[in-house]
Design a binder for this molecule. Structure first.
Ligand code: ATP
Length: 255
């Protein structure tokens, strides 16, 4: 079976400087959920940007391949990206507001999403809002009327409608209170189960990753230094993987 995501020797460079992402290799199977963790600045968000075609010049992919569902992303033409974004890969960010159009109601934005994939708009909007546990009247709100957690769940509702092969969630709960974090993780979990999407869940927080994923990639200075089940990180040969596991354990024992 074709992997949902297959990354081989992928490097991203800022000209004249050492690679920011250095020869990344990893695969994610259909429906698999994988965490990507590592200290601030190690390259997690750049990885997401490279996989979503969102690198800004002068940053560029200089080596390697990345395929979603067998479709090559590296060097893909703009019209190919329009086919890939949303339907094959859907990304949610820490700041969901930037992904929503301020002057349009949530209903208008979800209906437009449903039309992209030829779904029945009324049914798709009702069912997606219900799955992410948002009240139906939220459809009549504008983005400014929603909390950060609600906006994040609207984006997950969009993913439910688009049914992407892989959802990339880049720090979707950072800066939110613990109850809101749980609501978002529950919505993500339901979405991935219902659609069968693979998930790449990016976070500093190994405890949040453990809620969603079973396997974890650990990144250090632009390189992948570990690819293992979360339960194996404490015994990793990579010091940063062990440190993350120890920090998560220490936090757990103080809570
Ligand atoms: N546009 C850019 N130009 C030059 N360097 C950049 C650019 N964007 C990111 N970087 C550098 O690439 C490295 C990785 O950044 P990235 O944002 O991927 O880190 P991160 O692991 O997501 O960090 P955090 O957890 O704090 O979000 C950092 O050293 C950063 O300074």
């Amino acid at each position: 079976m074709v992997d949902a995501l297959s990354v081989s020797n992928l490097s991203v460079t800022n000209p004249g400087a050492p690679p920011l992402l250095d020869q990344l290799n990893f695969n994610i199977a259909p429906g698999e959920r994988v965490g990507l963790v590592g200290q601030s600045g190690c390259g997690k968000s750049l990885t997401a940007a490279a996989l979503c075609g969102l690198l800004r010049p002068p940053l560029a992919i200089t080596t390697g391949t990345a395929r979603i569902d067998g479709v090559e992303l590296v060097g893909a033409a703009p019209h190919v990206w329009r086919q890939i974004r949303g339907r094959r890969v859907f990304q949610i960010f820490q700041s969901p507001g930037t992904a929503l159009t301020p002057a349009r109601s949530i209903r208008a934005q979800l209906v437009e999403t449903a039309r992209i994939v030829g779904a029945n708009p009324k049914q798709a909007v009702t069912s997606a809002l219900e799955t992410v546990a948002l009240d139906p009247h939220v459809a009549d709100f504008f983005p400014y009327q929603l909390s950060g957690g609600m906006k994040q769940r609207v984006l997950i509702a969009m993913a439910l409608i688009l049914r992407p092969r892989i959802l990339i969630a880049d720090e979707p709960t950072t800066g939110l209170d613990v109850l809101t974090e749980r609501e978002i993780l529950a919505a993500l979990d339901k979405m991935a189960n219902e659609v069968g999407s693979a998930v790449l869940f990016i976070s500093h927080d190994l405890r949040a990753v453990a809620e969603i994923a079973s396997r974890t990639l650990v990144m250090e200075h632009g390189r992948l230094v570990e690819d293992a089940p979360i339960s194996d990180l404490a015994a990793s040969t990579a010091p940063s993987a062990r440190q993350l596991a120890e920090a998560a354990q220490a936090l757990q024992s103080t809570c």
